[in-house]
Design a protein around this ligand. Structure first.
Ligand SMILES: Cc1ncc(COP(=O)(O)O)c(C=O)c1O
Ligand SMILES: [Zn+2]
Length: 369
């Protein structure tokens, strides 16, 4: 008996919790963790009781992920004529990005299921995270990444001795190759895009924000590709709201790159088709499987989804370093380009509080000129 089941994000159909079911057997949509409230298992997270999909009192595979600092960004705030502005330094996670939150949970469940070998595809950060945590868990990892991924990210995946498969062509070619390999070898597909446990793991971000910023910020701004961190925020804050630990949901804003903006376009009711490329590789996801779910979370929280140019991303990457001493990768700097645009467009009032997720470290990507 498990204390959880997996429920379809679109039609609500229930599935047994295992490591193989990643999509609804009825409609094909991604699945989410749902808890059995008579048999719930919780751990302490940032001072709150938090339901988790594994059975132990801490993640079975852990490197102290999470509990990242929140720092004020007064010089950026002044330059934007904005109110209180905070950055949550997600690059201080063990592999340098927020992905470790999701990976620790996903692989902790995998270990409980006796999984020995996993397959993953990634533009870099999730691959590095899965490789590192797999090494620690004694799991063999096969990571498929575009051969065009930043050298530092590919090198990071390799250093943990994951079986690294560099795949030529667009990002989607890595997914296709991973799925073919996984099916051909009957392995577990530990996809950070699809795994219900990965998305569930990212909710610790919301628990920490609730403990670190009081009252919680009016706005949380997140660079979004598949939307795992944004969905984790939605889940975490929803749980805290239901238990009256907080009194309102922060507005969750999804920032995409203009070249790859399926969620921002859908939010605006516009057509969009893939074509151009962006240097914000972490959010270059042309068809995110959880798109509808992300749109519901953005709208449900009163947030917006919008796209920013590569020029503004580079501009804000440099500003963040020069004004606050924080070196983020371009993907992460997109959050600040988004804040700038939202202040201009009136989505954020100049006296409201804002927290940006600074999702990945600058040295992981090509250096700005
Ligand atoms: C640094 C960084 N920020 C943000 C994201 C976006 O995360 P998600 O695809 O879960 O929306 C990624 C994903 O690769 C990333 O690497
Ligand atoms: Zn379904």
């Amino acid at each position: 008996m498990s204390h959880i089941c997996l429920v379809c994000s679109e039609c609500g159909a229930s599935h047994n919790a295992d490591m193989h079911t990643l999509e609804c057997t009825g409609c094909g949509a991604p699945l989410d963790v749902q808890y059995d409230h008579d048999d719930i298992h919780t751990v302490r997270s940032a001072g709150f009781d938090m339901p988790v999909p594994y059975h132990s009192d801490f993640p079975g595979v852990t490197m102290g992920e999470g509990n990242t600092p929140v720092v004020p960004l007064p010089r950026i705030a002044a330059s934007l004529v904005a109110g209180d502005l905070y950055g949550k330094l997600e690059f201080m996670n063990p592999t340098g990005s927020f992905k470790d939150r999701g990976t620790a949970t996903m692989l902790s469940v995998a270990v409980e299921h006796g999984v020995a070998e996993v397959v993953e595809d990634s533009s870099g950060n999730a691959g590095a995270s899965v490789s590192a945590y797999s090494a620690r868990a004694g799991i063999e990892a096969h990571v498929f990444a575009p051969s065009s991924a930043p050298v530092a990210k590919l090198g990071q995946i390799r250093v943990y001795e994951a079986q690294t498969h560099a795949v030529p062509g667009p990002r989607e070619a890595s997914t296709d190759a991973a799925v073919e390999f996984q099916r051909g070898n009957s392995l577990v597909y530990a996809s950070h895009n699809l795994s219900p446990y990965f998305v569930e793991g990212t909710k610790t971000f919301a628990y920490e924000v609730a403990a670190q910023v009081s009252p919680p910020p009016d706005h949380i701004v997140i660079p979004v590709g598949n939307g795992s961190l944004l969905l984790g925020c939605w889940t975490g804050f929803s749980e805290l709201l239901a238990r009256r630990e907080i009194t309102r949901m922060p507005r969750l804003h999804a920032i995409q790159a203009e070249a790859v903006m399926p969620i921002a376009a859908a939010f605006a009711g516009e057509e969009w088709s893939p074509g151009a490329s962006t240097l914000a590789g972490g959010i270059a996801v042309g068809s995110p499987p959880r798109k509808n779910q992300v749109l519901r979370a953005v709208r449900g929280s009163g947030g917006v989804a919008l796209a920013v140019s590569d020029d503004s991303i580079v501009h804000w990457q440099k500003r963040l370093a020069a004004l606050e001493g924080i070196f983020a990768e371009p993907t992460s700097a997109a959050a600040f380009a988004g804040i700038d645009a939202m202040l201009e467009q009136g989505h954020i009032e100049r006296d409201e509080s804002v927290l940006a997720a600074i999702t990945g470290f600058g040295l992981k990507d090509a250096l700005p000129e």
